[in-house]
Design a protein around this ligand. Sequence first.
Ligand code: SF4
Ligand code: SF4
Length: 294
Amino acid sequence: MADDNPFPTSPVMPEMFDGDKVIQFSCHKGIACFNACCKNIDISLTPYDILRLKRRLGITSTEFLELFTLPYEIEKDGIAGVKLRPVEGGSACQFMTDEGCSVYEDRPTACRYYPVALLSMRRQDEYVDRNAYALVKEEHCLGHLEPRSISVDDYRKEQGLTDYDELARGWRQLILKKKSSGPSIGKPSKRSLQLFFMSCYDIDRFRDFVTSASFNLLYDIAEDERAKWQTDDVALMQFAFRFLRQVLFGEEEGIKMREAAAEARRRQVQDNRLRLELEAAEKLARQEDDMAED
Ligand code: SF4
Ligand code: SF4
């Protein structure tokens, strides 16, 4: 099983549960620990978190990544993720103010979930991911002492997580696919890692890529879909997930290659196979010559 724990350094309670679990928790302005959780952050971002925040700040995804994030490896030699970058020389969130979160309406998924941890899971024999949850209890957080009971499902609704989770689903599935494909697929190429990073996190650069003349030479995309990408970040992000499933995992997503490009790709695959066969035959012949000389 693979998990995706958004609070890796926190003491996650070992108990895992479903959405109908009732927890005791409330967080509100005026609570004695107000802002304590934003003073020492470890917040992983989803692609949709980045869309919301860069739109909120009126900057491009490229600028947002540079100013507000740090890359990290979701798994060794595997795909990259991004985390919120704390203030220079400290551990507090750059969006924290005395009045609270300055981007509250667009705060990231992990901030919305806290103190619940979302664990995306997929058993090797399952093709659909499912969610389980755990409760994070940290000493500084007094919200657990507040007299309010709420189910995790209702807490998710209250925190606006229904859309956030739905729009991160394609990305989580890509990560689970990569994790469950394991070492048999080997270390991914630098190019495929770069493609994953740009497509998932740098949506404005991805837009330039898929609306370029060279992309248009390779792929046959309907005019109305291409036009939508210019203004609709969410539609573009969802195309990015389909594109990665097709390009990195060979899944049929209906993104049509132009015939000439497909033919060139087939020839390239054949040439590579032929080259490998020739190299193997030459190696074998050399070994036989060596043995004959001995
Ligand atoms: S984004 Fe807002 S809620 Fe999240 S850590 Fe920063 S200040 Fe806190
Ligand atoms: S109750 Fe917990 S989540 Fe709310 S401000 Fe305090 S530490 Fe943060």
